[in-house]
Design a protein around this ligand. Sequence first.
Ligand code: GBH
Length: 468
Amino acid sequence: MSLPNDFHWGFATASYQIEGAVDQDGRGPSIWDTFCKIPGKIADGSSGDVACDSYNKTQEDIALLKELGATAYRFSISWSRIIPLGGRNDSINQKGVDHYVKFVDDLLAAGITPFVTLFHWDVPDELEKRYRSLLSRKEFPLDFKRYAGVMFAALPKVKHWVTLNEPWCSSIQAYSAGIFAPGDDSRQDIYPWIVGHNLLLAHAHAVQLYRSEFKEASQGEIGVVLNGDAVFPWDATDPADVEACERKLEFTIGWFADPIYFGDYPSSMRKQLGDRLPEFTAEERALVQGSNDFYGMNHYTANYVKHRETPAELNDIAGNLDVLFYNKRGDCIGEETQSPWLRPCATGFRDLLGWISRRYQYPKIYVTENGTSIKGEDDLSREEILEDDFRVQYFDQYVKAMAVASSLDGVNVRGYFAWSLMDNFEWAEGYQTRFGTCYVDYKDCQKRYPKKSARLMKVLFESMIKKS
Ligand code: GBH
């Protein structure tokens, strides 16, 4: 059981979840600033206004990464710090650009490889007001392309670019569930599919620009990050449940990865959604197909999947099936955590790495997020929180499952990022849910304290990465 000798490992974060400093140095508001102000949207009524104050603590964050031994760091850029109004004819905020230029330089000086995400859900608010942002097939992809180009030019030393984080969440959580910004669930039958299409176009435009003007000089790579939970049939002897498992993966992963690797949506989606799912024009298809240099994989949990007998509802987003924690025999998928959707099940990780590899011809994979919350963690004292044995066990099992997939299943996994470097703004769940491997004391200047799990990572990876 081992990992390749050039394997990258480290921790991940996202701009709105950690930066704070929302009015500093000319940053414009994003849809999350606006969304957090709507009463009832965030569990504890909080926002990213201060968060971990990482915008003002870059030196501390880099020191922390160094102390923990990370060889890489995945973070995201706040689009509205770069172009406060967001659009392709709007002005650039040099202070925002300078901030990330210095951050990348400082990371490299510390021997840490930056993996930079351009978009982790924080659309400039002005674009929402101007043309309803993600809903615009004409404007959004081009505005994103221009923003991406500004960053490619500003950060030539970055060799690993992520266009989008989890377009599934931008579509479903925002336009079906309505629990993420901008929270528009007025047309659950069509908006998610339109938004997904537009995000694919935005991704592909950025990739095309990178490849035509920047890739050769910087010798870098670019790809999208997709979320996906592992699946097990509710009744393993029922072919309809086995098929439902496949359909669930197609509706979450294949929705984006099939157009990127094959040039079109999965037929199971077309069959259920009909013309509510946009068609690719020939031009769009040519742009999207082949637009990944690597596959970015965010992975946390698994479910049992049971097919439904009744016809799919108009607002169904999963493939007409039930997603369950127990199977027919009464086995439970995994223990409860603080996140209602997350239950540890490391065998699912190995399975899903295999599924992605087989379906998309063994792409290079970076595991761009993996981690867990812990039930009741926020109710404990700091001393107790630092002994996060549940998280230690989670990482131990998941990283080993990944090493098995790498050693035995031919999976080409080349990097891994624990979510997250530190406790942070957990979107609609506010600050009560802690995903950090480091504890953040929000009552005392957002001081960071490594939990046991943060220190485990180095031990784990050093024991598994081949020396030569
Ligand atoms: C990641 O998404 C995010 O990238 C990161 O910002 C976040 O902090 C981290 O997870 C922890 O939550 O509501 O039952 O339909 C995780 C992937 C996929 C998890 C969708 C929640 C919704 C399940 N997410 N899933 S449900």
